[in-house]
Design a protein around this ligand. Structure first.
Ligand code: CA
Ligand code: CA
Length: 153
């Protein structure tokens, strides 16, 4: 699996790697749009499922995250339709939330760790990159989003 790199699309926030709980981004009280992105693409093998666990506690409706993928490194699509377990339960509806306004997302309080399964059968044989994208608006902070145990099975 490719390495993950934090990149800012807007504002000043960042994903950091922790030793015990994986990757973390805080839910800050200013506008931000930040991705944790695979540094290169990988070829999707047959019958593969991308799995990870996550925990989030964000300002519901305003701050939250999605999973996106790209087959050309330029155009990014929402991976929500590929998720077979642990899909989006909330939305980003704050007009000042950058980037993801009007989209379904993970947001609010996940109440602990949950597994997410992403069925890659529609992408077999393609070169694909994934990124975890988190946005916050300009008011109301919360804990943030933790991502751990990323594997391809
Ligand atoms: Ca919350
Ligand atoms: Ca907020």
């Amino acid at each position: 699996m490719p390495q993950l790199v934090s990149m800012s699309l807007e504002g000043r926030n960042a994903w950091t790697s922790t030793t015990d709980r994986g990757w973390f981004i805080p839910d800050i009280a200013t506008r931000s749009d930040t991705v944790l992105e695979m540094s290169r693409s990988f070829m999707v093998p047959a019958r593969s499922v991308l799995k990870f666990r996550h925990l989030y506690n964000t300002e519901n409706n305003y701050d939250g995250g999605v999973l996106e993928y790209s087959t050309d490194g330029v155009r990014w699509e929402d991976a929500g339709s590929l998720i077979t377990e642990g899909g989006y339960l909330a939305g980003i509806n704050g007009k000042s939330s950058p980037g993801l306004f009007g989209r379904s997302a993970w947001g609010g309080d996940s109440a602990g760790w949950h597994e997410v399964n992403v069925d890659l059968s529609a992408l077999v044989g393609r070169q694909v990159q994934f990124r975890w994208r988190f946005v916050s608006d300009n008011d109301g902070a919360d804990e943030g989003w933790w991502i751990a145990d990323l594997v391809l099975e």
